[in-house]
Design a protein around this ligand. Sequence first.
Ligand code: TYM
Length: 337
Amino acid sequence: METMSETRKPVILSGIQPSGILTVGHLAGALNNWVKLQETFHCYYMIANMHAITVKQSPAELRQRTLETAALFLAVGIDPERSLLFIQSQVPEHSQLAWVLSSMTGFGELSRMTQFKDKSEKHPENINAGLFTYPILMASDILLYQADAVPVGEDQKQHLELTRNLAQRFNYYYSDTFKIPEPYIPNVGSRIMSLQEPTKKMSKSDENQNSLIFLNDSNEVIINKIKRSVTDSEAEVKFDETNKPGISNLMTLYHLATNATFDEIEKEFSGKGYGDFKLAVGHAVAEWLSPVREKYNTIIKDKKRLQSILIYGAEEAHKVAFRTLDKVYKKVGFIRF
Ligand code: TYM
């Protein structure tokens, strides 16, 4: 169907693990760009449930979270008429390609992945092989669709680098097969920090709920969490990520919510205390997120629609993934009769 000479719409693929309700970090680092890129790209957006089980999950919760994640994709503005939404485990080619790529990935390469090191520290009782080979599955997700670009937050950059290396390695050994994907990382918001420990990334696995803003938090909860956020002992609203990580993080959120530049924000709050600033950020973020929450609450009720979007997405994704895997199998010498 698709030949190289046809004008091919550039392809985007990205994914999110359904391991909890998504946070404002996911919106800032990834989903905002996912929505924008729909205008010009052919987009595949995936719920990475196979990645999620590298950390212990309750099966019932994982099922529920999978649908909630899909509902949040739609609520932030992913349009199922234009973009394909699917669940990773429903397209078997992902794990099939991962096996082939795993035979081309060095133990040392995987050992250097900072996410692996962080997660091993967080879950010393469950350092499983899946957690270690996780970036290979992620590379397969991307390479199966010949993605040109991958919209992610800063923390996924290293995995993208590995993906590019694996694609180049395969192409070199076996001839040109994979497109080499570029990371697509936002200038502002690529790393939203914890509200309680602003030198750490906001992460949905954080036990302290006050450090996170969930996309379905009520306005009141959002305002309270921001009011209680950790800042510094000065009284100057100034962007300085090294010395004022808390204030800089709040300025980033305020910018994302209102579009005001950092200069404008500094001017607006010059001479005012942190109390006023936090209140303004709280209200702005609440106003930004409340339409998402409202849409989410409606969308999550229609499970049938969600299911049919995801089934269609998996069927279409499978067709593309199958074509790539078929080429790969042939090239590596897997016999076909
Ligand atoms: P995950 O599920 O941890 O996060 C999903 C996306 O959200 C971004 N993100 C953030 N951005 C800014 N600030 C934050 N605090 C923040 N927290 C999360 C992440 O950078 C990511 O873009 N391995 C991936 C999922 C995945 C994937 C893929 C991504 C599986 N296959 C293929 C791209 C392509 C992950 O664990 O993301």
